[in-house]
Each structure stands twice: as C-alpha cells, then as structure tokens.
Design a protein around this ligand. Structure first.
Ligand code: GTP
Ligand code: MG
Length: 232
C-alpha cells in the first residue's frame, strides 16, 4: 500500500518516466506491460527514490527486475548507486559506517536498484543487527524480481570472512564482485588484484573507474530478467 502511495506521489509530481499517456506506471502489479529494449535507453540516469523499508512486511510489491547492492558497512554501496545514476545525493552516503539502515529502493522505470544495509559494523547494537539480518535475509531469500546481486567490497580488504559467508549463502545466484575505492590503490596493486580475481570489477565512485562496465553488465542482467531477447 505504501508503495502504491509513493508511486502515485511521484507521478503527480510529474517525475515518473511513465508519467502521462498510455505508458503511465506500466509495471504496476495491477497493470503489467512487457518491458522493452527502448526502456533501457539511459536507464540509470532516471533513478528516483521510491521507498525505504525497515520491515519485511513492508517490502514493495514485486515490480520490474531489480539488482541489489550488498556488502559490509562503509564499503561504498550507496556511493556506487550514486555513481551509476550519475547523481551526487540520490542514495545517502556517510563517513560513519552503518548509515543505510533500511532497504532503499530506487526506480529506474523498467528496473530498480536496491541499497541494502551493510553488515559487519561492530558498533551496531546486537538487536539492530539481528533486525537487519532478518530484513536482508527475507529480501534475498524471497525477492522474485531479483535479477542479481552486486557484492561490494573495499578493494583494499576484499573477501573478509563475512563477505565469504554472504557469497557462500548466495550460492549460484547471479552476482558481481565489485571492488570499490579502487582509487586508493596504486596501478601495481590494481594489476595484482586484477590477476588474483579475474571475475571482479575494480570500481571507484570518485574517479568513476568501472562505472560504464558496471552499467553495461547490470543492464544486461536486467534486460535478460525482463525477457528481452539478445540483451546488450
Ligand atoms: N575514495 C573513495 N571513497 C569512497 C568510494 N566509495 C565510497 N567512498 C566513501 O566511503 C564512505 C562510505 O560510503 P557509503 O557509500 O556511504 O558506504 P555504504 O556501503 O553505503 O555504507 P553503509 O550504508 O554504512 O553500509 C563515504 O565517506 C564515501 O565518500 C570510492 O570509490 N572511493
Ligand atoms: Mg549506504
């Protein structure tokens, strides 16, 4: 219900990609329309915040395909979403770990990006941590439109035990290892990391390294999930 209200609000503000005419809110669960390749033109630049969810029962109804960003607190998940969207303050970022405390959904029209609360920050009270785990667990376990997961890790300390746990738990789900803050590594360090992890993408929301490659890959996941033949 909350989700519907948010959508209606954004449409009346004239901001939605589907505002007006026959394309109005076409992925609404009550009025589905197939997603087409043209819906992906400059898709990341249309990002709009739609909902912040603190309880599994408040998760928005399944809509278009979505990609979720998971990882330790402070690794740069929200910054990566901003870099992909080409915006400074779409997702809230902070030097203080543990700032994303809800699951935040961003609408791209034919798809969504989802910012998950980070894990591993010791100063979060146990009860809050348990609540996040339950929330994120519920989301990752049962989210039907989930097309893939970007596991964000600080390029200086990739694959901590908690990251490994998450990857193990994700099993063979489609995922991308995104090594963030690559700007903090020298060229030589980047080259070593690249050899060590051939399937990881070095990324920096500061220098925008890896942004285009990441967009291309996520777009292909989302197009495939939307049933588009011959995705990019
Ligand atoms: N140098 C550099 N700093 C970055 C990069 N990405 C994020 N940061 C900084 O790292 C800090 C944390 O970034 P966030 O994007 O808020 O991290 P998060 O993973 O969303 O953190 P939580 O919401 O706490 O889980 C901020 O101070 C960012 O400016 C990057 O690529 N390079
Ligand atoms: Mg965040």
């Amino acid at each position: 219900m909350r989700f519907r209200r948010v959508l209606r609000k954004s449409r009346s503000a004239g901001q939605s990609r589907y505002a007006g005419g026959a394309r109005q809110c076409t992925y609404h669960p009550l009025a589905p329309r197939s997603i087409e390749r043209r819906d992906f033109i400059r898709i990341f630049s249309q990002a709009q915040f739609i909902a912040a969810v603190g309880r599994p029962e408040d998760l928005p109804a399944a809509g278009p395909p979505e990609v979720a960003f998971a990882g330790r607190s402070n690794v740069g998940k929200s910054s990566a979403i901003n870099a992909l969207a080409g915006r400074r303050r779409l997702a809230f970022t902070s030097k203080t770990p543990g700032r994303t405390q809800t699951i935040n959904f961003y609408d791209l029209g034919a798809a969504r990006l989802v910012d998950l609360p980070g894990y591993g920050y010791a100063r979060v009270p146990q009860a809050v941590r348990a609540q996040w785990q339950q929330l994120v667990g519920a989301y990752l376990r049962s989210r039907r439109p989930l097309a893939g997961i970007v596991v964000v890790m600080d390029a200086r300390h990739p694959l901590t035990p908690l990251d490994r746990q998450l990857l193990e738990w994700l099993g063979d789900a489609r995922r991308l290892l995104l090594f963030s803050k690559a700007d903090k590594l020298s060229r030589a360090e980047q080259a070593t990391l690249g050899k060590q992890f051939s399937d990881a993408l070095l990324f920096s929301s500061v220098t925008r390294q890896g942004v285009e490659e990441c967009r291309d890959l996520l777009e292909s996941w989302l197009q495939q999930a939307a049933g588009i033949k011959n995705p990019r």
